[in-house]
Design a protein around this ligand. Structure first.
Ligand code: APR
Ligand code: PHB
Length: 391
């Protein structure tokens, strides 16, 4: 099999890239190790920056998001029983969209399959060959048979544990990372959400109340790294959430049946350069954000917008200039976005190693945000998104 761009992975990065390339008339084959059902069942964050919404709109894939998504104009932070309300349009002129990443992925898959464009599930890429030449080859295994996809360019969109980054020769890529010794327990519950997206820093730990619809809440608690979903009965979860959200009389947060639970370890990671020869890496394959701020999908989309444009120039003019600049065009935004996610994480979580002095400094920073419109603007403009690249 031969194509112009071989895309490894059908997460948000690979799927958005495939659509952006198709719009430019560029052929691609997407190879995904897991089944469609598996990919469509992975629950992730649900906040889309304006740039991500614009990309969906430009692709003509925003129909269901416009009907079912919810424009979100607010971001609240609680501490010491008080609430700081960030009015996003007033502070930035923009807002964000609440629409689950899972739903975005389903929409992108359905549209690609409807168009009859190649997207192969249960096709695990095992090896990349010839990345330093003009004819790279992707080796993959499908239905027990080893196959090869020849292409002009390879897009490594296969997440943190994928094969693409690992195919780059040693010494080319520098990595930077920060580990956290806690996780987020996330649940979905059949319960009407509270009015605003609300982050809370309580002495017992961080909590977050988000939503997926008017009847489904998406809720998170900071838990020890080794914790497991099974340790959290519904009753224990609700008790802890009320406490950490300063809702002691249980008048604010509605309870309901919890129908999904997951635990995810927090980590920050950057690999650079984001390319080697004919291989271009995007999304979780080259950077991981801690989840506060919900930047994972938005970062992946911002990456592939730049990449699709550079690939478009390459196939229409033969010029490699845009491709050569891919890392340079992305990397400042990547560092800034990870810096923001880390600063939000640092501001809102309880750290075991913190001394009372450090806890005092954290509270002082929240007091400063509460009293300074400038400080609120700094958070809000990063929350709505820094990406300025158009499609
Ligand atoms: N062959 C083919 N596919 C692979 C291989 C492989 N060897 N290894 C991994 N994959 C697939 C995974 O099964 C997954 O579907 O690559 C995909 C990577 O998708 P994500 O992990 O979602 O990464 P990305 O598309 O960069 O998404 C960025 O979305 O999923 C979230 O946490 C992620 O928020 C982040 C954002
Ligand atoms: C979510 O809705 O899943 C969500 C919202 C905000 C975050 C992270 C996740 O910071």
């Amino acid at each position: 099999m031969r194509t112009q761009v071989g895309i490894v992975g059908a997460g948000p990065a690979g799927l958005f890239l495939a659509h952006l390339l198709a719009r430019r008339g560029i052929e691609a084959v997407v190879l995904e190790a897991r089944s469609r059902a598996h990919v469509e069942a992975r629950v992730r964050a649900g906040v889309l920056e304006a740039g991500t919404v614009d990309t969906l709109a430009n692709l003509g894939l925003d129909g269901r998001m416009r009907r079912e998504g919810m424009v979100d104009n607010g971001l609240d932070m609680r501490f010491r029983g008080r609430t700081i309300h960030l009015d996003l349009p007033a502070l930035t002129g923009r807002s964000v969209m609440i629409y689950g990443q899972l739903e975005v992925v389903k929409d992108l898959i359905a549209a690609r399959l409807e168009a009859g464009a190649p997207l192969v599930f249960e096709a695990e890429v095992t090896r990349l060959e010839g990345l330093d030449g003009a004819r790279p080859r992707i080796h993959y295994r499908q239905g027990g048979i080893d196959r090869v996809l020849e292409c002009d360019l390879v897009a490594g969109c296969d997440g943190f544990h994928g094969v693409s980054r690992a195919a780059v020769p040693e010494g080319v890529i520098e990595t930077y990372s920060r580990a956290y010794d806690f996780s987020w327990l996330g649940v979905l519950a059949h319960a009407a959400p509270i009015t605003d997206m609300t982050y809370s820093n309580h002495d017992r730990g961080f909590a977050l109340c988000s939503r997926r619809s008017m009847t489904i809440s998406r809720l998170y608690l900071q838990v020890p790294a080794s914790d497991e979903p099974a340790n959290w009965s519904d009753a224990r979860f609700w008790d802890e959430l009320h406490t950490r959200m300063f809702d002691a009389d249980r008048s604010e947060i509605q309870e309901g049946e919890i129908f999904q639970r997951d635990v995810a370890r927090l980590r920050a990671y950057i690999a650079q350069p984001m390319q080697y020869g004919s291989l271009f890496l995007a999304g979780d394959a080259v950077h991981i954000v801690p989840p506060a701020g919900a930047k994972g999908l938005n970062m992946a989309v911002a990456d592939v917008r730049v990449l699709a444009r550079a690939m478009g120039d390459f196939f229409s003019t033969g010029s490699r200039k845009g491709l050569e600049r891919y890392t340079a065009d992305c990397i400042d935004r990547v560092w800034k976005t990870i810096r923001f996610s880390i600063s939000l994480t640092d501001l809102l979580h309880v750290f075991d190693h913190h001394t009372p002095f450090q806890r005092g400094l954290q509270m002082a920073e929240l007091e400063h945000v509460a009293s300074s419109v400038t400080a609120q603007k700094m958070i809000a403009e990063q929350y709505v998104g820094l990406s300025s690249v158009s499609d």
